[in-house]
Design a protein around this ligand. Structure first.
Ligand code: SF4
Length: 443
């Protein structure tokens, strides 16, 4: 009986994948399975993989191989799910002997059938692409319980030339609004709901024939159990005036926006198949700041895209100075087979990419430090995430800090509870983090 087995789970990759993992855990729990955090005790381990980049595929394979060591103990079967088998099953099936079951991104519901077959036959089972794309709402959170991600769509149809996602996850598919509202309601009391998708801003276009993100945000913010909402992965060209107005007027939406810009130079943006330009990006930032003066804008950039010159790179640094973004992630371009950019020439040397990424971080670090130093002596509201045992104080986040990707606020207080908000006096700042105390804290 599969329900008598102990299941372990490893989730790799992004927060969208994390939501898939949480739904798979929800499915296991619904069927009465027992879950364990201790992989050495698990009889079945599921590895939910990412395959976005070469490095993520390597990490996924390494993780499966590491899990195989547990087969000397209690482990009986390894299930490999998610993006890696979805895209690369042909290449994995023979060499990855340690895996017993492969499931694609639409095959989670067939996990029991696949495992039963694997146990009954002793053979490896490939169920990739044999299931139906099904929306599930029940989840087991893997984040601290005061915040949660809400994935509102899967897939993408932007077809940026460096990106494998549309080939792995398929075309953009919005989840029905009613189902998302139910899912959000069932999460219980949530201090911060983080709305995600490959491209959050396209919500509804495929399903309803028109953009429905604003309506979804209005309905989500009407839910009593949701205290605040954070938006990630907003495609710049789809940030409409209606969306900006909603962020400005809706008290529950944090004045924070993640807008992956990817590059600043028009020639490179065009090769990337991005629709914006340096000018349109700067105009968007200006518009956002005019309407929402306190808005914190985060972005991500790729450096070393094929054909990127030293001049492009210098211009990107100048763009960062001009844009004065709150926080940025910089990534060296990864040459992915089966993408448009794979064959573009010339490719940029690995060492050059590394150098440029490092230099871009250095520019942004100065911008970030200056901005954070400007907060010293001021009081800010901080959502307590818990205790940092290394620093021996509480740790939390202001509205300009998304979990895992931005900085943190470390603070002393007589008492602070996870999931509650506190006014914190900022005493000190470094490049990415703030340090302070609550009013009632006595040294
Ligand atoms: S918007 Fe571009 S980078 Fe983002 S998932 Fe879609 S194709 Fe990939």
């Amino acid at each position: 009986m599969l329900t008598e087995k102990l299941f372990g789970m490893i989730s790799l990759g992004c927060d969208k994948n994390r939501v898939d993992t949480e739904k798979l855990l929800g499915l296991l729990k619904e069927r009465g399975c027992t879950l364990t955090d201790d992989l050495s005790k698990a009889q079945i381990v599921i590895v939910n993989t990412c395959a976005f980049l070469l490095s993520s595929r390597a990490e996924a394979i390494e993780t499966v191989l590491e899990c195989a060591d547990y087969k000397r103990g209690n482990l009986e079967k390894i299930v490999v799910t998610g993006c890696l088998p979805q895209k690369f099953i042909g290449e994995l099936f023979s060499p990855l002997q340690e895996a017993d079951v492969f499931l694609g991104i639409s095959d989670y519901d067939r996990i029991f059938e696949a495992l039963e077959l694997a146990y009954a036959t002793g053979r490896r089972v490939d169920f990739v692409g044999k299931g139906q794309d099904q929306y599930r709402s029940s989840r087991i959170l893997t984040t601290d319980e005061h915040y949660a991600y809400l994935k509102i769509a899967d897939g993408c149809y932007n077809h940026c030339t460096y990106c494998l996602i549309p080939k792995i996850r398929g075309k953009y598919r919005s989840y029905p609004m009613e189902a998302l509202l139910k899912e959000a309601e069932e999460l219980g009391e949530i201090a911060e709901l983080i709305v995600v998708a490959q491209d959050t801003t396209r919500y509804g276009e495929d399903l309803y024939g028109e953009n429905k993100l604003v309506e979804l945000l209005q309905k989500l913010s009407a839910l009593e159990n949701i205290q605040t909402i954070r938006l990630l992965y907003c495609y710049p060209e789809v940030i409409t005036d209606a969306l900006i107005d909603e962020i400005a007027r809706n008290a529950k939406i944090l004045k924070y926006l993640d807008i992956p810009l990817q590059h600043s130079e028009n020639r490179v943006l065009k090769l990337m198949n991005r629709k914006g330009t340096r000018e349109s990006y700067l105009a968007l930032l200006e518009k956002l700041r005019a309407r929402i003066p306190e808005i914190a804008i985060r972005s991500t950039f790729i450096s070393g895209f094929p054909t990127e010159t030293e001049e492009d790179f210098e211009q990107m640094k100048a763009f960062l100075e001009e844009a004065q973004l709150f926080n940025c992630g910089f990534f060296a371009y990864s040459r992915e087979p089966d993408t448009g950019a794979y064959k573009m020439k010339p490719q940029v040397h690995h060492a050059t990419k590394k150098r440029r990424v490092k230099a871009l971080y250095a520019v942004q670090e100065k911008i970030s430090r200056k901005r954070l130093l400007g907060l010293v002596g001021k009081q800010i509201e901080v959502l307590c995430d818990g205790i940092d045992y290394e620093k021996n104080c509480f740790v939390g986040r202001a509205y300009f800090n998304a979990p895992d990707i931005d900085g943190k606020v470390y603070f002393n207080a007589r008492e602070a509870v996870q999931g509650e908000r506190y006014p914190v006096w900022v005493e000190r700042a470094d490049s990415y983090d703030l340090y302070g105390k609550t009013e009632d804290y006595l040294e």
